[in-house]
Design a protein around this ligand. Structure first.
Ligand SMILES: [Zn+2]
Length: 378
């Protein structure tokens, strides 16, 4: 089980600083939860993940179910042991991958739309590659084509075999292109699924109830009230999160006041550097985001002077560290010229160096936000 203690609540916003206690140690919140999709932070060994000041990770149920399978991980002593990660761990429900593999892939969209687009998904529509029924989602494995079925019970069973400290209830993450009628119907199903997830739990692991409802205010509020009425240990606010940060801000402002404030709130899949203050002020205690690690693999370093693209030729003659103000070991020992050379030459160490710095940098920015909350400045 988990215990959440609020240390300081902001008088200026819904931000709060707290301590999330789990059987594998504590997390100071607000906190970034880096994404270990397949049980690893891409490009880093686990000792480097610790060194980058990471306190908690989230792994993906969908990916680990397909490969190597929860039985293999269970036999290895659970995911903590398998990865040799001894700190807190979350697993998602698989609901987001179902969206991503379904309508997300059909229409080439993620959980945030870059620009407004016409709603093209309505009641009765099904994605090409999977079938959504009242019981769950059937699809073929992208690895070997075998049929897979994922519903609330299956998701919880898999997550319990993985053995994370915090699990998420199974939901349908709707597409930003879904119209109101589709979202309304999907939400009713998601509500049945999150309730069934709670019933399926047999372990003492914490379970968060997921709030959906897309960018429709009344549906979000209804969903928050429903999740709040059940015996969850915390809440996950899921996407789609509309057309950008204004919508994310609105969604938080509609849902957070309804949720029991003594329970932790996790924002699923959001956390661009520019949005951190906004989502923390909106009341998110934790949030997972692939941005720091994925951008690193595309040559991007986050710095106090903005994003730097190490693919650019100009960095070959730049003898400064990635960020002169950063106290990470990469910035202490390497210069932009070398990292740019490694990246341009396709050396895999470039990806490790950039991933490490970006994670450390993100955690440092969030540390300072945490401090501002404690000092009453945010
Ligand atoms: Zn650094």
């Amino acid at each position: 089980m988990i215990r959440f203690t609020i240390l300081k609540e902001s008088a200026r916003s819904r931000a709060r600083a707290g301590i999330l206690e789990t059987p594998h140690g504590i997390v100071e919140t607000p906190a970034l939860v880096p994404v270990a999709t397949q049980g690893a932070i891409k490009a880093l060994t686990i000792d480097r993940v610790y060194d980058a000041k990471t306190e908690i990770l989230i792994a993906n149920t969908y990916h680990l179910h397909l490969r190597p399978g929860e039985k293999t991980i269970g036999k290895a002593g659970g995911l903590h042991h398998f990865m040799n990660w001894q700190k807190p761990l979350m697993t998602d429900s698989g609901g987001f991958q179902v969206f991503s593999l379904g309508f997300g892939e059909d229409h080439g969209v993620g959980k945030v739309l870059a620009k407004k687009r016409k709603k093209i998904i309505s009641t009765g529509d099904q994605p090409k590659k999977l079938t959504i029924t009242e019981d769950g989602v059937a699809f073929r494995s992208s690895l070997d084509g075998r049929e897979v079925f994922l519903g609330p019970k299956e998701s919880i069973d898999i997550q319990e075999s993985l053995g994370a400290d915090i699990m998420f209830s199974f939901d349908e993450c709707t597409s930003p292109l879904a119209d109101r009628a589709y979202v309304k119907k999907s939400l009713e199903r998601t509500h049945r699924w999150i309730k069934a997830s709670l019933r399926a739990r047999r372990s003492r692991a914490a379970l968060y109830g997921i709030v959906q409802g897309s960018h429709f205010k009344d549906l979000r509020q209804k969903s928050a009230a429903f999740a709040n009425s059940l015996d969850f240990d915390g809440f996950g606010i899921g996407g789609d999160l509309g057309t950008g940060k204004d919508v994310t801000k609105s969604i938080l402002s509609w849902t957070v006041p309804i949720l029991d404030k003594r329970k932790p709130r996790h924002l699923l899949g959001i956390g661009k550097l520019d949005d951190l203050a906004l989502i923390i002020k909106g009341g998110a205690d934790t949030f997972d985001c692939i941005v720091p690690t994925r951008y690193a693999r595309h040559g991007i370093a986050f710095t106090s002077k903005g994003k730097l693209n190490m693919a650019q030729r100009k960095f070959l003659s730049d003898t400064a560290p990635l960020d002169p103000k950063c106290r990470c070991t990469v910035c202490a020992t390497h210069k932009r010229n070398y990292i740019s050379h490694l990246y341009r030459a396709g050396e895999i160490s470039a990806l490790s160096l950039l991933t490490f710095h970006n994670l450390f940098y993100y955690h440092t920015v969030i540390e300072s936000i945490r401090q501002k909350i404690k000092n009453g400045k945010l």
